[in-house]
Design a protein around this ligand. Sequence first.
Ligand code: GLP
Length: 258
Amino acid sequence: MRQHAPQIEIVGNATEVTERAAAHIIARMRNQPALTLGLATGSTMKPVYARLVTATRAGDISFKAVSSFNLDEYVGIAPQSPGSFHSYMQQHLFGHVDIEAGQAKIPDGMAGDIAAEAARYEALIAASGGIDLLLLGIGTNGHIAFNEPGSDLASRTREIRLDEATRIADAGNFPAPASVPECAITMGIATILEARSILLIATGPAKAAALAAAIDGPIGPACPASALRLHDNVHVVCDQAAAAALAKRPHDNNRRTA
Ligand code: GLP
């Protein structure tokens, strides 16, 4: 498979990452009002969504014609439960912008048949014409969405058992680490790679090893984010701390160091 070099933008700190990522999304939304977005959750995305809310309130952008597909959801957690990604999206984005009800899709983690729900979700993405811009964070173990290490690069939307490290990282959204769900439904790596463009953001030293493995390590299931190098339109925005373990590329013109 042909490899590509992601465009990597390294800025000084997490606030600048938020500003750059939000500016990129805002520009795309202004350019293409009926954009189909892929949306991530996690703490890295919260300030980015806050910027999009501010821009919507200021009248700079509108979600009126936007469709969105979230990457993943826990299995067995009711949408209204505080730890669900449904709640997260409502709290950080959907509750504050003018997106049409029904145009913001999230996998149903309460579906009785998760395999059928996964197939339905894939069909919805295909019927929408595909994702124009997909936002991604990265797990400390190199996961994208909930594609944990070991995930097949050809994987599609499916149920996955979460790694212990992921459940610990996500424990803050639940009353106790033991109450973090054991499984999730996630877009697969192949599903993600079908998006027409991808924006990955990473901040802080905890992401340095995973980002280095994704950008400089072997492409394979050990680091699911490494699969992004099989895509020809990936833009990475990260801060100096997250970029600390990247190999030096003195002649790489794609880089902009703040
Ligand atoms: C979560 C999500 C991912 C997210 C990642 C990093 O568990 N499933 O979509 O990108 O882990 O999250 P954070 O930004 O909180 O570090």
